[in-house]
Design a protein around this ligand. Structure first.
Ligand code: TGC
Ligand code: FAD
Length: 392
């Protein structure tokens, strides 16, 4: 793969709106991606393997629990810093950002928000350092967009719960030490349970043959009469709103992350357009190529402003689920379109692993599907503005 020469576009001087802390956090993440991710990521994506050696680095840049308080091992940062870290990581690879998103917003967040003090003390510090890695089990083979239909269930056996069922498409599953699993009790109410690797009847087979997110490990979570200790139930929130609350946090991170992937594609295409000569001049001198680049930077700038404003609302605890949906949907769509246009600008070279664009393009097919599909987010906006439910 080519050396990582990335230079971040900031067409509207958005840096002026960031604090010194934001810029320091971003700079640490950016330098780490250049040093430890860019040189190896193409090889790992090609062989469809998660590069476990980057776990320590992810922890060191604060990517595991950026906004979790320091007393639990988190970085204690604000929501804009969290977003900037996700942006920089996804600039390297969406699969690496997935690992961080799941650990932070889908495993640490529910333990912090819905767990008791003993659970926070037991799990959060180890998750913050990456000593333990987590996964989040909501989706099932027959219940993806409609997680409320889940059939995974547990029975109260007196001194423990008995868990049965299966989750599918679970990021980090093949190597996770703990899984936050959503399952129904005997009355049909949804609860979160912390399941640990090694519990009898719990297995995590890997999902192979993916053309997308190849540097992220995806798998199933299978529960065959797993005895879960009663103290592993998250006591402070139940119902579908509990997992959906975690998704708000992860979707917010994706809205920033997608900007990173788009910036990388734009920056690569811009540089290539100044170097690649055809018909006696750089291809960047042709109007058709300039149209692509001008539209890319316009869309990136709009997405940056959307994410920053959403971050301000999140910092004030005022961001709504529907506002988060709009940003996730818009920014991922923006990134996937830019990846496609940028790929074309590189001609044949665009399909090779010499450049990052094709990998981003394939990764974004997962990003536009997980954490709520493109269409589901449109329906969330539709419901919000009309008050009419078009899901069912
Ligand atoms: P609905 O009736 O709308 O809501 C059920 C209950 O939940 C409440 N609620 C929320 N609470 C907190 N935060 C939110 N964001 C909430 N959204 C809804 C709601 O008020 C209600 O509460 P109550 O007390 O009245 O019961 O639920 P629904 O069954 O109609 O479904 C709505 C729908 C379709 C929007 C939702 O289920 C949905 O978002 N579906 C998409 C599923 C999804 O996003 N799955 C993601 C799986 S995890 C993943 O993909 C990780 S990939 C990670 C990576 O690798 O980066
Ligand atoms: P379906 O729900 O079957 O949807 C199929 C199509 O129907 C979509 O286009 C959808 O938009 C459309 N559709 C569905 N309902 C409606 C409707 N009411 N109106 C109009 N159109 C509709 N899940 C986890 O729990 N944890 C994870 O860590 C995780 N990681 C993932 C990693 C990867 C690489 C992938 C690909 C997925 C991951 N997922 C995870 C699952 C992901 O969240 C689901 O794939 C996603 O929510 C969509 O569910 P589905 O695949 O079952 O599609």
């Amino acid at each position: 793969m080519k050396p990582d020469l990335f230079e971040a576009p900031d067409y509207y001087n958005i840096d002026d709106l960031l604090s010194e802390e934001h810029k320091l956090v971003r700079s640490a993440a950016r330098e780490w991606v250049k040093r430890d991710v860019s040189p190896i990521i193409e090889e790992y994506a090609q062989k469809a393997e998660f590069p476990k050696q980057i776990i320590n680095g992810l922890a060191e840049i604060g990517a595991f629990g950026p906004y979790i308080p320091a007393e639990y091992g988190g970085a204690g940062l604000d929501q804009i810093s969290y977003g900037l870290i996700m942006q920089e990581i996804e600039r390297g690879d969406s699969g690496v950002r997935s690992t961080a998103s799941v650990q932070s917003s889908l495993v640490m967040y529910p333990i912090w928000k819905y767990g008791n003090e003993a659970q926070r003390q037991k799990y959060l510090p180890k998750l913050a350092t990456g000593e333990w890695m987590g996964s989040f089990g909501l989706t099932e083979p027959d219940h993806g967009s409609n997680p409320g239909g889940m059939t995974t269930n547990f029975k109260d056996m007196g001194d423990h719960y008995l868990l049965n069922g299966a989750k599918m498409w679970i990021s980090n599953a093949p190597f996770c030490n703990v899984a936050v699993v959503w399952a129904k009790d005997e009355s049909g109410r949804i609860h979160g349970l912390i399941v640990e690797r090694g519990m009898e009847g719990f297995s995590t087979p890997e999902t192979h043959n993916k053309w997308s997110l190849r540097a992220s490990a995806t798998g199933e979570l299978i529960f065959d009469n797993v005895k879960v200790p009663k103290e592993n139930l998250l006591p402070n929130k139940s119902g579908l709103g509990a997992p959906l609350g975690c998704l708000d946090s992860a979707r917010y991170g994706i809205a920033w992350g997608a900007i990173g992937a788009a910036m990388d594609c734009y920056d690569t295409a811009l540089r290539y357009s100044k170097e690649r000569m055809q018909f006696g001049k750089p291809i960047g001198g042709f109007q058709l190529q300039q149209k692509k680049l001008a539209e890319m930077i316009t869309e990136i700038t709009k997405a940056q402003l959307l994410a920053l404003r959403l971050g301000q609302l999140k910092n004030d605890d005022r961001a709504t689920t529907a506002q988060i949906s709009m940003a996730k949907r818009n920014n991922v769509d923006m990134a996937i379109n830019i990846a496609r246009e940028a790929r074309q600008m590189l001609g044949g070279m665009g399909i090779t692993g010499e450049y990052s664009i094709m990998r981003h393009s394939m990764n974004l097919e997962s990003v536009i599907t997980y954490e709520g599909t493109h269409d589901i987010h449109l329906l969330i906006t539709g419901l919000d503005i009309t008050g009419l439910n078009a899901f069912k």
